[in-house]
Design a protein around this ligand. Structure first.
Ligand code: PLP
Length: 486
């Protein structure tokens, strides 16, 4: 890896650096290849603190010296999250086709605002969104846009929900704002993700407004309570928030039942399917999304189970006018376009935007529906394998069913009191992160501190998944020994 120290050769203007372009690209190709060749075996935890000089340089170092410094900093400070044993959050790697296409995307440097700014980006986004609708079972007539993530896809869906709700009260919220409107009735189960809550704050519906209706302490939606609330509204419009794929367990809210209630009681159903929507790709899990076509908006991530590069998400909205309402913008110089060519820059928060569709298109073209089904089913099997290992281990306790790709469990050795388990698991979570062979921290599930490794990376094999239980038990027993010695 790069060891050449940066030699300061002042570059007065980028144009003086033009001849270095090919060398800089070759350098990065070599270094990235070496990095990725090691990522299957490397510790996930970066080895050190990246050395990044905080002073703004007056004289530039030139591209080659800069890229060399950057590679050295990456070796020190980059989490090997693109590798197969990063099970924290829900983060995919990047498939070979997606990575190559992403490099090209940077080289092409298109603005994916509209056809005029880039026919390539515009056409590829249009085609790719149709493919995604087909994969997920979303009706072809829905409006769609690529976003930076599921958070911004939630933002798009919930902005449309807000426009609809205000419109039902006779107000054009995009023109006139929310002032004077009553509080919006909103309901969700306990799986509601922090990003949907954040989006509710941004669109002015209020982070604290959704009523969480659960029938138990693990967050299952109480459908009877939901129906009672909706009946009580007597036809007044409401917003229902469903989660397809709980971040702690991979569990699903009952989408068909929620869609039916939404239809009956005049409500907008938004589904956050950041990673859970990929359940649609396997006949083994497709049923979890039963009734999805009855939703009004859906949010999905691309950088999770699709293994597209950061940052990629997708928003789908049934009513095209409501979708465009919040995000449309016009200026004389931007021009107007025919309906057959969507202006994607007017369907999401960004106007100037990266051509994110290019790597998504490439990965779908490279591996197709069958390739993705195969990867997802491999991950489903790996999750079941880890669940069985947890069940077989006397010092581990599984805390939830495993409907998808997440295994929620904790360290629970004999003789340790319930009141001590949270602290023990917190310490063990920190040890797992420090150790770095596998990578996940802790969460809180059902009032307990727990682990929730998520399997979404295309590189992950049985050998990687087996390390979850192995490492947790090894470090857990070390922790107990140290505690007893103290
Ligand atoms: C259910 C759910 N929704 C939304 C998100 C937010 O995704 P992002 O951080 O990619 O915006 C996540 C992330 O894990 C999630 O699990």
């Amino acid at each position: 890896m790069a060891s050449t120290p940066s030699t300061v050769s002042a570059v007065a203007d980028p144009i003086a650096d033009r001849d270095q372009l090919a060398s800089a690209l070759r350098l990065i190709e070599r270094e990235a290849e070496a990095y990725l060749a090691e990522v299957d075996e490397a510790a996930v935890r970066p080895p050190g603190e990246p050395s990044i000089d905080g002073r703004l340089p007056a004289a530039g170092a030139g591209s080659l010296a800069t890229v060399n410094d950057l590679v050295a900093a990456a070796m020190e400070g980059a989490t090997r999250s693109t590798g197969p044993r990063f099970f924290h959050f829900v983060m995919g790697g990047v498939t070979p086709a997606a990575l190559a296409a992403d490099w090209l995307t940077s080289a092409l440097n298109q603005s994916a605002f509209n056809w005029v700014s880039s026919p390539l980006a515009s056409r590829i986004e249009q085609v790719t969104l149709e493919w995604l609708k087909e994969l997920f079972g979303i009706p072809a007539g829905w409006s769609a846009v690529m976003t930076s993530a599921a958070t911004t896809a939630n933002l798009v869906g919930l902005a449309a929900a807000r426009s609809w709700w205000a419109h039902e009260h006779g107000v054009d919220v995009d023109a006139d704002g929310l002032a004077g409107l009553p509080a919006t009735p909103m309901f969700a189960g306990g799986y509601l993700h922090a990003s949907a809550v954040k989006a509710l704050g941004i669109v002015g519906l209020g982070r604290g407004r959704p009523r969480i209706l659960t029938r138990d302490t693990s967050g299952h939606l109480d459908l009877d309570a939901l129906e009672r609330e909706l009946v009580g509204l007597r036809g007044k419009p409401a917003i229902l928030l469903a989660t397809a794929g709980d971040v702690n367990t991979g569990d699903f809210d009952p989408i068909r039942e929620m869609a039916e209630l939404a239809r009956k009681h005049h409500a907008w159903l938004h589904v956050d399917g950041a990673f859970g929507l990929y359940a649609a790709l396997s006949p083994k899990t497709k049923h979890l999304l039963d009734g999805l076509e009855g939703a009004a908006s859906v949010a999905v991530d691309g950088h999770k189970w699709l293994n597209a590069p950061y940052d990629t998400g997708f928003a789908f909205v049934r009513d095209a006018n409501l979708h465009a309402g919040s995000f449309s913008a016009s200026a004389a110089y931007l021009g107007t376009e025919a309906h057959s060519r969507p202006v994607f820059g007017n369907l999401g928060p960004e106007m100037s935007r990266r051509a994110r569709a290019i790597p998504v298109w490439a990965t779908l073209r490279a591996y197709g529906r069958d390739g993705y089904r195969s990867m997802i089913e491999r991950h489903l099997e790996l999750a079941q394998r880890v669940a069985s290992q947890v069940d077989a281990a006397p010092d581990l306790e599984r805390l939830a069913d495993v409907p998808l790709n997440i295994v929620c469990f904790r360290f629970h050795p004999e003789g340790v009191r319930e009141s001590e388990l949270d602290d023990l698991n917190r310490k063990l979570g920190a040890m797992v992160l420090d150790d770095g062979r596998i990578y996940f921290g802790t969460t809180e599930y059902d009032g307990k501190v727990a682990f929730r490794p998520a399997i979404v990376n295309w590189r992950t094999t049985e050998k990687d998944a087996d390390m979850i239980v192995e490492v947790v038990r090894e470090l857990g027993s070390k922790l107990l020994t140290t505690a007893r010695e103290c």
